[in-house]
Design a protein around this ligand. Sequence first.
Ligand SMILES: [Zn+2]
Length: 206
Amino acid sequence: MDKVAPVTIVNVGYRSTNYWVVSAGTSRLLVDIGWPGTLGIMKANLRKIGVPLREIRYALATHYHIDHAGLAEELKREGVPLLVLDVQVDAIPIMKTWTKPGDNYVDITQNGNIIISFEQSRQILSQIGIAGEILHTPGHSDHCISLLLDDGSVFTGDLPPEAYAFDNPCALASWKLLREKGATRVYPAHGPIKSIDETPGVRSPE
Ligand SMILES: [Zn+2]
């Protein structure tokens, strides 16, 4: 079997939001795409970890809310293709209704968007050296998705923590799916990385 470089994960987030650079060597995926009007901060944070924009093969938003996809169009203009799941397409134009003029949000056009189905995700990811798939995980919004790597790392966006989702059957079903698919380590869009079995706010012994 070929020796495959393990996937590495680095947070380039700011303003209480995590933006994850998932890398297989220098082939990279950006999971969640910055607040509107913050391209300079995003670029500076990428520079700090030594990641040129051209190494980011795709940007992927867990969902189209402004703290998660605010820079999508600007990054496209910088040469980073936007990977969109088919369930997310209709949410994109709605995003601008949540922005104010002062946010300097650049509206996301359809130009160059790469629209895929969940079934296609494993193949698309494998082409950039990342073993994993993208799953539909509604619960925060209907169009929320999660990236699940084969090593058990899962990027859940704003999916409400399982322990607090007792009144949200949709979110509970999403967590059930993620567990069945082998998720072990949770990389949320806000807050620290956790084991999937760790109750939020309670420290598990290391
Ligand atoms: Zn959020």
